[in-house]
Ligand binder design. Structure first.
Ligand code: PAF
Length: 269
């Protein structure tokens, strides 16, 4: 695997088409690796990137303590057969015009008001300089991939945004770099988030959505989680469910021992 540390250099390379980009912030886990594997199986070449994007962290968030495991990450990518790793310069996020996302005023966007502006601004830069045929994202960050898909479509950027399934711990907890802040016991306990989503999904036709939502919130709060949000929305646009809704998103952000965990389930009607 070739490691590239300059924007000038990545711009000058000719990748063999079709090639895929897997943008990450490092501290790679099975979720990231599933994206790289998918890239290797479905494209001629795969470029992974590692960049802890300062623009997407709020003032009181964990930018400075975000887990960094670069040599381990390089080894994992090498073992999988990833072709390139791009590690941009520190100033990669400087002097960029901040991009206004759609669908960002709900769910995670409410408690992290500038988060998706930061994500979209950096992803736009990646897409413009690397011009991949596809860019791969995990569905754990459902709102993120929806926002990027809408933007790419609106701006007619010629990159397919491909969203791939959530990878879970044995307990059902969605894989996330922030799970590193939790003990093994905590991770097992936090499997309750997914069980709760599954129960809710199985009950969708049995009770009014408002009732299901309150029951799920009560269940998680009693279990010991602080709830940032738990919402049942139209998966196509994150707005209220209507008679026209054909796909429902059940999404949650729950805090356990100060660690903010997100998860979701999509149910086709
Ligand atoms: O999902 C992430 O890790 C980040 O939001 C991303 C897509 C790499 C942008 O910095």
């Amino acid at each position: 695997m070739e490691v590239i540390k300059s924007t000038e250099e990545i711009k000058s390379l000719n990748f063999s088409s079709p090639f895929a980009l897997v943008p990450t912030m490092g501290n790679l886990h099975e979720g990231h690796l599933s994206l790289v594997k998918y890239g290797i199986e479905n494209y001629s070449e795969v470029i992974a990137s590692i960049y802890i994007n300062p623009l997407q962290f709020g003032k009181n968030e964990d930018f400075s303590t975000y887990p960094k495991t670069i040599s381990q990450d390089i080894q994992l990518l090498e073992t999988l057969g990833c072709n390139y790793l791009f590690i941009p310069e520190k100033n990669f996020a400087e002097n960029l015009d901040i991009i206004e996302p759609k669908f960002s005023d709900v769910l995670c966007g409410l408690s992290r008001p500038s988060h998706f502006h930061g994500v979209l601004t950096i992803i736009n830069k990646f897409l413009r300089i690397i011009k991949p045929n596809a860019c791969l994202f995990g569905l754990k960050d459902y709102q993120q991939q929806l926002i990027i898909k809408e933007f790419v479509k609106r701006k007619k950027i010629k990159t397919d945004i491909v969203s791939l399934p959530i990878v879970r711990e044995k307990s059902g907890l969605a894989m996330s770099s922030r799970n590193n802040y939790l003990s093994d016991e905590d991770k097992k306990f936090c499997g309750k988030i997914y069980s709760c989503l599954k129960n809710l999904a199985a009950s969708l036709k049995k009770k009014p959505l408002g009732v299901l939502k309150i029951e799920a919130i009560n269940f998680l709060q009693h279990a010991g989680f602080e709830i940032d949000y738990l919402e049942i929305v139209d998966a196509n646009n994150l707005s209220s469910v209507t008679k026209k809704t054909n796909k429902i998103l059940i999404a949650v952000a729950a805090i356990y021992k100060k660690v903010r965990l997100i998860d979701n389930i999509v149910v086709s009607l």
